[in-house]
Design a protein around this ligand. Structure first.
Ligand SMILES: [Zn+2]
Length: 417
């Protein structure tokens, strides 16, 4: 008996360590790899149990099986045990349950918990290499961890203000997801594959008509194909736009204007001024409150040397301000800035004004009680970062599991915490 130290090391109850030994695995052109084998058996209480009902069954035949567990001193470690097939009165002939792993799994639970937690925090290709498992094995682990964490959890309960967004997750026409976020909890509530009305309908089907009636605000990023489905299933909900999308539109117009202005300056032989505009670019893009003294200086210079660009900047900042203030004051600020953009004689911003007018109703719904900007924007950019980071994802299912796991409130704390 190896005793209680192993019990603690393995983080598993109801397992008894029988003995341990080192196996040497040959490697090409290198010394053999030393692998630690920990021979275990379930204790009296846990042995010969049916994985379905937990009843004890009569063992019929035995196999010797290994489960990969966490490395010990950099060595790969495996639990090894005689695993019986038992006869259960209710479930017939079935492989017995073991206390250290999920049924029919070849990784120990502590290994899977650790791997899933790592996968939630670093690129999968790196995690797979560090843990010495294949990418597919890691995907399987995350799926199981996400399914376990989601079991018994109703993530559609209590939804009031939600966002429905489509996201592309790779090159190719079929790679789209519809992501529903809970604005109040700041979490992802539901994900479906596709970018069509049927996908949004699938969400409302999962939600059910009673809970659909409780929705007060539904934001969508200007994707108008989403609107009819929302009206059909939750006619009482206000359709709104996420504020950060509107601020982003303004930022894009400002970038267009800056590029056009720089081009015109260069064409007129004023390359120095064009370069100075390039330097001032960050000052134009950022929130004024977050500018460094140097950036404020560049902005002041733009105010003097380039009136239209500065005007565009003020329009963008006023839009941001309207979403900060919200309520009636926010609405009147937004109406003011829309009118200003309409008559500013800057083609880029006249276009923006048209868009703002077209979306006046959903924008006002946002200002009148829709989701707050900061949280929605943070969640959106985190999901985008995950999609970018997960370039190795070959299937939507793996990506959906990962987003659910990390941003759906399913990822556990660090196993080391
Ligand atoms: Zn059974």
């Amino acid at each position: 008996m190896a005793g209680t130290v192993w019990d603690e090391v393995l983080d598993t109850e109801h397992a008894v360590v029988v003995r341990t030994y080192i196996e040497r695995w040959p490697r090409k052109d290198r010394v053999p790899e030393k692998v630690l084998i920990i021979v275990v058996e379930p204790d009296e209480e846990a042995r010969e149990r049916c994985p379905e009902c937990g009843e004890r069954g009569k063992p019929a035949e035995y196999d010797v099986v290994r489960w990969r567990t966490l490395d010990v001193h950099g060595k790969r470690a495996f639990l090894e045990s005689r695993l019986p097939r038992i006869i259960c009165g209710e479930h017939g002939k079935i492989t017995a349950a073991v206390p250290w792993a999920r049924h029919d799994d070849r990784f120990s639970r502590p290994f899977e918990e650790f791997a899933a937690w790592k996968a939630a925090h670093a690129p999968w290709t790196r995690v797979a290499a560090e843990l010495r498992v294949t990418w597919e094995a890691l995907a399987g682990i995350v799926s199981r961890a996400a399914a376990d964490a989601a079991a018994g959890l109703d993530r559609l309960e209590g939804l009031r203000r939600i966002g429905i967004d489509e996201k592309s997750w790779g090159k190719g026409s079929g790679k789209f997801l519809v992501i529903v976020t809970d604005h109040d909890a700041g979490k992802v509530a539901w994900i479906g594959e596709g970018r069509c009305q049927a996908t949004v309908r699938a969400f409302f089907k999962a939600l059910g008509p009673d809970r659909a009636k409780l929705l007060t605000h539904v934001s969508a990023d200007g994707a108008e194909w989403i609107h009819p489905v929302v009206r059909e299933h939750a006619p009482q909900a206000q359709l709104c736009l996420d504020a950060f999308h509107v601020v982003k539109w303004a930022g894009e117009k400002l970038d267009e204007l800056r590029r056009r202005t720089a081009g015109e300056l260069r064409a007129a032989g004023r390359g120095d001024e064009a370069a100075a505009l390039g330097k001032g670019m960050w000052a134009l893009r950022k929130d004024y409150a977050k500018l460094s003294p140097g950036q404020r200086g560049s902005l002041a210079q733009i105010a003097v040397t380039n009136k239209p660009l500065y005007k565009g900047y003020l329009i963008k900042e006023q839009i941001r301000e309207a979403f900060k203030v919200k309520g009636d004051q926010g609405k009147s600020l937004m109406r003011g800035v829309t009118a200003w953009a309409h008559r500013c004689r800057i083609p880029e911003f006249a276009k923006l004004a048209k868009t703002l007018s077209r979306y006046r109703k959903p924008i006002e719904a946002t200002l009148g009680g829709g989701p707050s900007n900061g949280r929605a924007e943070a969640l959106n950019s985190q999901v985008n970062a995950l999609i970018t980071r997960a370039r190795g994802f070959r299937s939507a299912a793996a990506l959906i599991n990962m987003i659910d796991f990390v941003h759906g409130g399913l990822c556990p704390d660090s196993p080391y915490a």
